[in-house]
Write a protein of this length. Structure first.
Length: 332
């Protein structure tokens, strides 16, 4: 299985990174890590391409279904006719793909923070440990897509004749953008923190605004890449070959690595570092200094009646913040 190093050497960690070295500029670090981890990113992409191919095959089968439901929305100068089956039924298999994003995110998150990851074993272990959260998020994303896309189309067609509909149209567009931005943060929070689903979403929407520049940068990069593929690749006459190569060897791992490299420093700054400082102060027995957190309440309990007992505190174990009480239950 060690053919060309694609599926081999999982048990051999790399040399690591000296923590005392001064940190380089983000673009420099990105390309250094990308080149250093390139073969592992290819391995990761090939693994993720397996369930992705199954999902694509299901989407094709659904699209080939003989009966398509057409959606007609009246406009001022006619009727807007859309293939509702292609828009809403065909993408549904992507929900089944969402649990595998856990493995993709875990490995690329470790690469982004310059830590080692066993590509094969860590991928499947993360899928096993986090599939419920990712599946639930996949369902939420699908429902949000159905509701928001239909609402945007409906308000767009109505706004041509009644200007008042520009208001809900604008609100739906803003909500859609914020929802997309939140998705940059949710996967990495799912594999890093022991948070309730609604708490993770709350934090993600906070970051969708707090990390606005990062989010816009990612969106512009992905939009530019998509534009280049659509506009220029067909001219080269190699559309299928290039698309297949990227699909199999790079695109999924690269996108996940780029997202996690961009957003993880913000998560580390406002979630992990402040909490670790509090834990260190409590362990030392000294007075708790005032920790200035821009996002107060990110780790706050949902109710002020919850007790702050020692076993309910978070500890950083194997790349994930978990409750001490859970660790005690595992030891029994």
């Amino acid at each position: 299985m060690a053919f060309l190093g694609i599926f081999g050497n999982y048990d051999k960690p790399g040399p690591g990174v000296n923590k005392d070295e001064p940190q380089k500029a983000a673009p420099v670090r990105f390309f250094e890590i990308f080149l250093r981890k390139f073969t592992k990113l290819v391995q990761l992409n090939l693994i993720f391409a397996i369930p992705a191919t199954v999902a694509v095959a299901l989407m094709v089968l659904i699209y080939l279904f003989p009966t398509h439901f057409m959606l007609q929305l009246p406009m001022a100068d006619g009727v807007l006719q859309l293939d509702a089956w292609a828009m809403y039924a065909v993408p549904f298999p992507l929900v089944l793909l969402s649990p595998f994003l856990a493995g993709l995110t875990f490995v690329t998150r470790n690469f982004a923070r310059e830590e080692h990851a066993f590509v094969w074993s860590d991928f499947w272990a993360s899928v096993k440990n986090n599939w419920k959260l990712f599946l639930l998020n996949g369902i939420v994303c699908y429902l949000a897509y159905v509701i928001l896309s239909f609402s945007i189309l409906y308000y767009y067609t109505r706004s041509a004749s009644e200007g008042i509909f520009y208001i809900p149209l604008g609100l739906c567009l803003v909500l859609s953008v914020l929802f997309v931005f939140a998705q940059y943060y949710l996967p990495v929070m799912f594999v890093t923190f022991d948070l309730k689903f609604r708490q993770a979403y709350k934090n993600a929407f906070i970051f969708s605004l707090a990390g606005l520049f990062r989010n816009l940068l990612l969106t512009v990069l992905f939009g530019g890449l998509l534009f280049v593929i659509i506009m220029y690749v067909p001219i080269m006459g190699l559309t299928l070959l290039i698309a297949l190569f990227l699909y199999l060897f790079l695109v999924f791992a690269l996108i996940s690595f780029l997202i996690n490299f961009t957003v993880y420093p913000l998560i580390d700054r406002f979630l992990i570092q402040p909490y670790q400082k509090k834990l260190e102060e409590e362990k030392s027995g000294g007075e708790k200094p005032e920790v200035k957190e821009e996002f107060s309440g990110l780790f706050a309990p949902d109710s002020i009646e919850e007790e702050e007992e020692d076993e309910d505190k978070f500890v950083y174990v194997n790349g994930k913040l978990v409750h001490k009480s859970e660790l005690k239950e595992d030891d029994k």
